[in-house]
Design a protein around this ligand. Structure first.
Ligand SMILES: [Zn+2]
Length: 65
């Protein structure tokens, strides 16, 4: 058996991460970090969250505000 998949980032790191747009703490959704306020999704590359507005995936249908 190969080692079971671990979380893409640690809980400690997740706790300090927040959306750069609205400062909302993000939550982990699969291999993405999701902001529930603006709906942006941030990817994680090699354990490093890409918390950049320009790199974020926008929600379909546009952000509610
Ligand atoms: Zn946000």
């Amino acid at each position: 058996m190969e080692a079971s998949r671990s979380k893409p980032i640690s809980d400690e790191l997740l706790e300090i991460l927040a959306c750069p747009v609205c400062k909302t703490p993000v939550r982990l959704d699969g291999d993405r970090l999701v902001c529930d306020t603006c709906g942006r999704r941030y990817r994680i590359e090699d354990g490093i969250p890409i918390m950049l507005v320009d790199e974020a995936e926008l929600p379909e249908g546009g952000a509610e505000s």
